[in-house]
Design a binder for this molecule. Sequence first.
Ligand code: DC
Length: 220
Amino acid sequence: MKAIAIDGPAGAGKSTISRRVAEALGFIYVDTGALYRTVGLKALRSGVAAAESPALRQMLRATQVDIVYRDGEQRVLLDGADVSDEIRTPEASRMASAVSALPMVRAYLLDMQRNLAKTHDVVMDGRDIGTVVLPQATVKIFLTASAEERAARRFAQMREAGTNITYETVLHDMKERDYNDSHRTVAPMTPAKDALIADTTGITLEESVEKILELVRERL
Ligand code: DC
């Protein structure tokens, strides 16, 4: 099986680029952030704090997270119900970042991610795919862009989706999340030693897709 690992901070264009690269190669696209978001949503709904605790262990034991593909689109199921839209709110994003720092949660989601890559050719995006989940990935890319540009892209998407939020809030949330994701002790966001670094600041997503596809094709 072949695996392409695409890591990097929120808003660098990971999901759009990964989806397009997967389409071009005929691989499945796995958005691992959606898994942390789903666990975060469950914690929010259950009133369980983002801390290693017996309550969290209990919650995880009673939680079923699944990935399914509908019309080629990844959907996530929480205890059998499709929560792909609910996991995108600002609260769910914050909770996802908080629970993703917990070893218990990372261990809970690890096998699921590895099993997908055992049975399919994948383009998998996240924060620790090249470093922890799939250290043997065929190609590793670390995608990045300035925080301001990433916030501006996210802000535009949210406005389009009808979310009432200011650019300053988006930028603030993004910097906070970057900090949490790269400073946690378990599997912090950092480029793998053998990752290709791609900075998408100032270039369109269209151009980024082309650039990444070229890099990937060279190495496959
Ligand atoms: O990519 P995203 O914004 O949907 O990710 C949501 C959160 O999950 C993000 O704050 C970091 C965390 N995450 C992680 O720790 N490891 C991954 N492989 C993917 C996401």
